[in-house]
Design a protein around this ligand. Structure first.
Ligand code: PNS
Length: 161
């Protein structure tokens, strides 16, 4: 089975990495798909995100990292993939995730979304929270891998955020 794990990954967190690792064990091939949406004003460029994700997944042979623009269902079709994986944290994620999943299903009935519950230690973790803590000099070592922390610090020190 081939699956896509899409997201903004701005930046990738331990929560993302946990889902990638677990999903890679259930799938033959997993494509981590970074959304290219400049209108969202991300902190990291798509290339930076891809670089980080490739480094983080370099020891998982069935994981490939790519980017996509436009509709996720089109990316799935182009890659001959019928399964979308999404992580679910607290119940608050549910409505948003349900909306995306049903919208995608309405556009392409053959594509299924599978939800994976996050690990309990990542229940409240989000990229936005990590960025906010980093910007104001707080401690977030337990939330992101070391290489992401280094990149975030670089951005903060350069005043790029
Ligand atoms: O990490 P995120 O920001 O929660 O990921 C959201 C993502 C990338 C999965 C979603 O915004 C998406 O698939 N965008 C692509 C555009 C699209 O297909 N929209 C229709 C479904 S809402």
């Amino acid at each position: 089975m081939k699956a896509v794990y899409p997201g903004s990954f701005d930046p990738p967190t331990n929560g993302h990495l946990d889902i990638i690792t677990r999903a890679s064990k259930l799938t033959d091939n997993l494509i981590v798909a970074v959304l290219n949406n400049p209108s969202k004003k991300p902190m990291f460029t798509v290339d930076e995100k891809i670089e980080m994700l490739k480094e983080l997944t370099k020891d998982i042979p069935n994981v490939k990292v790519a980017s996509f623009s436009g509709l996720l269902v089109d990316f799935c079709k182009q890659n001959d993939c019928k399964i979308i994986i999404r992580g679910l944290r607290a119940l608050t994620d549910f409505e948003y995730e349900f909306q995306i999943a049903l919208t995608n299903k309405t556009m392409d009935k053959d594509i299924e979304t599978l939800f994976m519950p996050t690990d309990t230690q990542n229940l409240w973790l989000s990229s936005s929270v990590v960025k906010e803590i980093a910007t104001f000099g707080g401690k977030y070592d337990a939330m992101v891998p070391k290489i992401v922390k280094d990149r975030l610090e670089e951005k903060v020190n350069k005043g790029e955020c």
